[in-house]
Design a protein around this ligand. Structure first.
Ligand SMILES: [Zn+2]
Length: 260
């Protein structure tokens, strides 16, 4: 059945059906809502956005039971959490290393004048932090940045009290987890200062794509990957919320569009 694209409202037929537990080799750990449920993924014929809407009506309890449970936070690839307060080089989680990469990028942006503030004056928000703080934020805190954490998936939220003038909001491998992509983009637009920037990573799939995409490791319901973007779809989504996205190849960067 065709659906309407969540981003551009054009036709989005079914791309394929994916077993909920795809990629989980350990039978003993299988948790499948309603048995061997198949999850349909749709792809927009216009902007290339790929999405599953099977979880759009899930409540917090279902997400924490089936997706964001202990197994998820124990370290599915790309989401490793370290229990150490100070990670050693060999023991750093991938998330901690992401934080160190952000530090390097921020320094580069400062050296070119793209970011003007010193880190002591900068307000940073980790969106989808995976902890309070998560490991990515820990790496930045260890390097004397000021970072606040917000995680709608782990239900760490201080959204009501968060400032609305962050200089940097980063989302590292997060946006693919969002069912409500417009709500996410709006939240970011609402909390970013007029000259603030977004730093974002997610695996972009070019459009059009062969049926191989449905077999991609990246399309896995159990890891919460429900929104898979082409660059065009990501660009269009944020454009609707007055943010321009640029792919610098090292990271996706967003900046508010100045209204004249
Ligand atoms: Zn679309």
């Amino acid at each position: 059945m065709n659906k309407q694209c969540k981003i551009c409202q054009n036709d989005a037929p079914v791309l394929g059906n994916v077993p909920f537990d795809k990629g989980n080799e350990n039978e003993a750990n299988k948790i499948v809502p309603n048995g061997h449920e198949m999850i349909p993924y749709h792809r927009c014929l216009s902007c290339g956005f790929i999405f599953a809407d099977a979880f759009d009506e899930w409540n917090h309890k279902m997400f924490t039971k089936y997706i964001y449970n202990d197994n998820f936070f124990k370290g599915l690839e790309g989401h490793g959490q370290s229990s150490r307060s100070e990670a050693q080089i060999e023991g750093m989680s991938s998330s901690y290393l992401d934080g160190l990469k952000l530090d390097t990028l921020i320094k580069q942006f400062q050296s070119t004048g793209f970011l003007k503030k010193h880190k002591s004056e900068m307000k940073i928000l980790d969106f989808g932090s995976g902890g309070n703080p998560g490991d990515t934020a820990k790496a930045l805190l260890d390097n004397d940045y000021q970072v606040m954490c917000h995680d709608p998936f782990a239900f760490i939220s201080s959204a009501d009290t968060l400032p609305r003038d962050f200089d940097i909001i980063y989302l590292i491998e997060v946006i693919e987890h969002c069912c409500d992509v417009h709500g996410t983009a709006q939240f970011i637009a609402n909390h970013l200062s007029e000259d603030g920037i977004i730093l974002m990573t997610t695996t972009l799939h070019p459009f059009p794509y062969s049926k191989d995409i449905i077999n991609s490791w990246y399309i896995t319901p159990r890891t919460g990957h429900v929104s898979i973007f082409s660059f065009e779809s990501l660009f269009q989504l944020f454009r609707k919320h007055r943010i321009n996205i640029v792919d610098t190849k090292s990271i996706l960067v967003g900046k508010k569009i100045i209204q004249s």
